[in-house]
Design a protein around this ligand. Structure first.
Ligand SMILES: [Zn+2]
Length: 88
């Protein structure tokens, strides 16, 4: 029984919810479940996996932001400046 408790606390410490990557909490029976959604979410993934995926997502975000910056940047010129550029 003691070993089982140690195992679940290790799981709680080293793993996160497989679906939403939230912390795990222990149910009354000692079973680790998603701290946010309880038994609605099933399974868990290692903390290091989540860390690696978040770094990849951050890199993807940076690349997307860089690639879309010409489209995303709002034009800061005033209406008068734009009209002047257009020759009015
Ligand atoms: Zn979850």
């Amino acid at each position: 029984m003691k070993d089982y408790t140690m195992q679940t606390s290790q799981i709680q410490r080293n793993y996160l919810c497989a679906i939403c990557w939230s912390e795990l909490t222990l149910q009354e029976d000692g079973e680790p479940v998603c701290a946010k959604y309880g038994t609605e979410h099933y399974g868990y993934v290692s903390r290091s996996y989540v860390q690696r995926r978040r770094q990849e997502d951050l890199l993807d975000y940076s690349n997307a932001h860089w690639n879309l910056s010409p489209v995303l940047n709002t034009n800061t010129k005033s209406v008068d400046e734009l009209l002047k550029e257009l020759g009015f």
